[in-house]
Ligand binder design. Structure first.
Ligand SMILES: [Zn+2]
Length: 168
């Protein structure tokens, strides 16, 4: 396609494999497309069936059997497009507390992870807001914390899950 930026160069999009989001480094998607303009170098990124992919990722995250990792709490908040202050107010915690949950383990932030109760509240709230099925809350083992491992690939029938490298 012709570059809409410079109107001279052409863009060839190629299928790429990579992390879905910087907050979910172990969620890998194979099927998005990227390319750059041959003239001006402007970079383009395309997400075929992106809504479907995002619903798959959200459902997997909401249904994961271990406690939400700090960056996953942040990802869920971001998925709602909510500023930290609004999200904290909704959950009934201070912005400082939410910040601790979202940044636990980072340098100079302490290690206060989200509580088992708040973990469930966050999932239920996001599920309700997004119109997704409520996860099986009793199945969550809050004593375990491992980032979600998920690998999605885009085929003719849409996105499907393929086995992750290391089994959880
Ligand atoms: Zn261009």
């Amino acid at each position: 396609m012709k570059c809409p930026m410079c109107d001279i160069g052409t863009i060839k999009l190629a299928r790429v494999t990579g992390p879905y989001d910087s907050d979910l480094p172990d969620v890998i998607v194979d099927g998005f497309e990227a390319g750059a303009c041959s003239e001006c170098g402007e970079e383009y990124f395309k997400r075929p069936r992106g809504t479907e992919a995002s619903e798959r990722v959200l459902a997997a995250l909401l249904g994961k059997s271990t406690r939400l990792a700090p960056s996953e709490v942040r990802f869920l908040r971001r998925s709602l497009g909510m500023p930290a202050r609004d999200f904290a107010e909704t959950l009934g915690v201070s912005p400082e507390q939410l910040s601790r949950w979202e940044n636990a383990g980072k340098k100079g932030t302490g290690k206060v992870q989200i509580s088992a109760t708040a973990d469930r509240l966050v999932r239920a709230f996001v599920a309700a807001k997004k119109g997704l099925a409520l996860p099986e809350l009793r199945a969550i083992d809050a004593s375990q914390s491992a980032p979600l491992q998920l690998r999605l690939t885009l085929g003719r029938q849409g996105w499907r899950e393929v086995a992750a490298k290391s089994a959880a």
